[in-house]
Design a protein. Structure first.
Length: 289
C-alpha cells in the first residue's frame, strides 16, 4: 500500500500512512515552461494499492486536475487499485442548473473521477438535491461524517451548551451532535438575497440566556451565514458563541470577519487552516483497514 498526495492534506496523508503501516511517498508535481503539468511517482506502484489523499482546497480546479493525472498515472504504472481520500470534495454545491446555460459542476467532477479512480472516500460532502453519492458516482463512494468527533470535541471543551444550525441544511449536523451530547438544538431560517447577503430568523426558539452557544455548519465560506447566527445568539443573551465548521473555506476574509462575532472558531482538518482543532484522520483509518 502506498499513500501519496498532490500537495494538499499532507498532515492527514502522513498520519494515515503511519496508522496503516503503509509507505508515504508524495508526488512530484510541477509545470513545464509552457505551463503543462509534470507529475511523477517517487516509488514503484506496480501491483500496489495507491491511496491519493487530497482535499480539493486550496485550488479546487488544479486539485481535480492533479488527482486525475495522479490516478491515471498510477494505473498506467500497474497499480492494483486507486483510492481517493478527499477530506473536502468540491463542486458539490452546483447540483442543478439554477440558471439557463450553467454547467452542473458536481456531475462533471464525478464523471471525471469515475473514469480515473476505483473508490472515493470523503467527509460530509454537501449533498442537497442528491439522495446520496451514488446519484453521481458509478464507482464505490463512501460518505463519512464528522458528527461524533465534533460531539466529543464539544464535550471536552464546553458545558451548558446549546447547538444551532445556521440554516436548515446544516440542522442535520446540529441535531445529531446535540443529541449525542444531551443538549438542545435549533436552526435558523435563512433568506439569501445574494451570495454575500443573508438574513436569518430562529425556528423553534430555545433559551440561550447564559448558555454557551455552538453554531455548527458543514461549510463555512464567507462566514456571513454563521455571523447572522452569532448576532441572533448574542441578542438572546448567550454567554459565549463558538463556531464549528467541518470544511473551513474562509473566502473573502471570512475568518477575520467571524472573529469579530465569535469567541472561538474551530474547524476539522479536512481543509488545512489555523483554526483546525478537530482531527478526522481516524475516520479514514477505519474505512481503509
Amino acid at each position: 500500500m502506498i499513500v501519496t498526495t498532490c500537495g494538499n492534506s499532507i498532515p492527514i496523508a502522513k498520519a494515515l500512512a503511519k496508522k496503516l503501516k503503509a509507505k508515504y511517498s508524495p508526488l512530484s508535481i510541477s509545470s513545464f515552461p509552457d505551463g503543462d503539468i509534470y507529475l511523477k511517482y517517487n516509488t514503484p506502484v506496480k501491483g500496489k494499492k495507491v491511496i491519493i489523499v487530497q482535499s480539493f482546497q486550496p485550488r479546487s480546479d488544479m486539485s481535480l486536475f492533479d488527482i486525475i493525472f495522479a490516478a491515471e498515472t498510477a494505473k498506467d504504472l500497474g497499480a492494483k487499485k486507486v483510492i481517493l481520500v478527499a477530506p473536502y470534495l468540491a463542486y458539490m454545491r452546483q447540483d442543478t442548473r439554477f440558471n439557463p446555460g450553467e454547467a452542473i459542476s458536481s456531475k462533471i467532477m464525478a464523471k471525471l473521477l469515475n473514469n480515473s479512480i476505483d473508490k472515493i472516500i470523503t467527509v460530509d460532502p454537501h449533498i442537497h438535491r442528491y439522495k446520496s453519492l451514488k446519484d453521481i458516482f458509478t464507482i464505490s463512494a463512501k460518505k463519512l461524517t464528522a458528527d461524533t468527533i465534533i460531539a466529543d470535541f464539544i464535550k471536552k471543551k464546553m458545558k451548558n451548551v446549546v447547538i444551532i444550525g445556521p440554516d436548515w441544511e446544516s440542522y442535520q449536523w446540529a441535531d445529531v451532535i446535540a443529541k449525542q451530547i444531551g443538549a438542545e438544538s435549533t436552526c435558523l431560517a435563512k433568506t439569501r438575497y445574494s451570495s454575500r447577503t443573508v438574513t436569518s430568523k430562529l425556528i423553534n426558539p430555545i433559551d440561550m440566556k447564559g448558555k454557551n452557544v455552538v453554531i455548527v455548519d458543514d461549510i463555512i465560506s464567507t462566514g456571513h451565514t454563521m455571523i447572522e447566527g452569532a448576532k441572533k445568539a448574542k441578542k438572546l443573551g448567550a454567554k459565549s458563541i463558538t463556531a464549528i465548521g467541518i470544511h473551513g473555506l474562509f473566502v473573502e476574509h471570512g475568518y477575520e470577519q467571524m472573529k469579530k462575532y465569535f469567541d472561538n472558531i474551530y474547524t476539522t482538518n479536512c481543509i488545512e487552516h489555523k483554526s483546525n482543532k478537530i482531527d478526522v484522520t481516524s475516520l479514514f483509518v477505519k474505512e481503509l483497514k
